[in-house]
Design a protein around this ligand. Sequence first.
Ligand code: GLA
Length: 381
Amino acid sequence: MNKATLVAQFEKVFGRAPEIVTRAPGRIEFIGNHTDYNGGTVLGASIDRGVAVALARRDDGQRHFHSRYSGRTVALPAAGEPAKQSGDASWTNYPLGVLAALPHFGLRAPEGFDYLAESDLPAGAGLSSSAAIELASALAFLGVTGQSPDRETVVKIGKHAENHFVGVPCGILDQGVSGFGKSGRLVFIDCAGPRFDTVPMPAGASFWIFNTHTKHALVDGLYAARHRECMEAAKALGAKLLVEVSTEKLRSAEASVDPVAFKRARHVVEEIARVDACVKALRAGDLATVGALLTTSHRSSQHLFENSTPELDFLVDALVAEPGVFGARLTGGGFGGAVMALAGPGFTAAHAEKVALAYAAKHGERPDVLPMGVGDGAAVL
Ligand code: GLA
């Protein structure tokens, strides 16, 4: 997906050239599962696939949104507050959410425009196409209006759109990684600040994504339920957020808190410790330890946070049995979606195919196997 392709598509749909073309990547949640909104730490990787947006202003007060997936142009008036869309126009809630967010950051939204979005991210794989479209849209809207806030603000605009317009109480992981990604590096976020940093990815490791195409019908509700359970668990432990709870404090409170709240809290508190251990192991180039932490994270999702599924567990079990795999885990919110494996050069497409066939024999449908590279963060092309 390069600039020339986007320009050509825009010309085909709107009959003129775009003023700006932007692109933002999807992300892999490397480790740090449901730690972000609990004020913890997380590591992610911006991948070499994403969403591109092309835009040109128009002066008739109309906003025209087009994506190849819906195949039709959604025309909305620029005047007034953006209204939430439904049905096959619901994808426009991401750019509309960004437009609605801009004034909250003291920034201006462009009035009328023609807008085209194109993606090479598999949808529903937990690779955060939503953050990618939010960041690509934000850069396009800011670019044509001559505004250039710092990167942290762009990331927060995307999160604001997701929390307040789309309506998902997500943390800052997805937008932070899409915004701060760097080729060959992982993005580290201390979500309490937030503070963003990068950690080099040791040589000799590659990412593989296995997309199961399974998605729990209630996935948004389940995510919100986990969010609520974490906030309640923090309260029961005398904290505002679970990041404030130490492992010792948690252990000593086991008998006095509700068992489900305890399991959710234990997952988050131990996961934050795993992120920190992972940063150290990455800096030391110790991929065996990194891999073990990834797989332990998955087991914690499976048994404590209960956001895994039999399909994801099957893939993790099959992958960690392969000699070339350092570790594997679900990536993203959970309840379906994709598994990520971190593997060495000994793990090849033939090994991946073996795992995919074993999965298909057990669960019917073949998962998509996607070897992933780590690419750069959101940018104007
Ligand atoms: C989704 C959310 C993120 C994060 C992960 C779980 O991807 O969008 O903010 O909470 O789930 O770690």
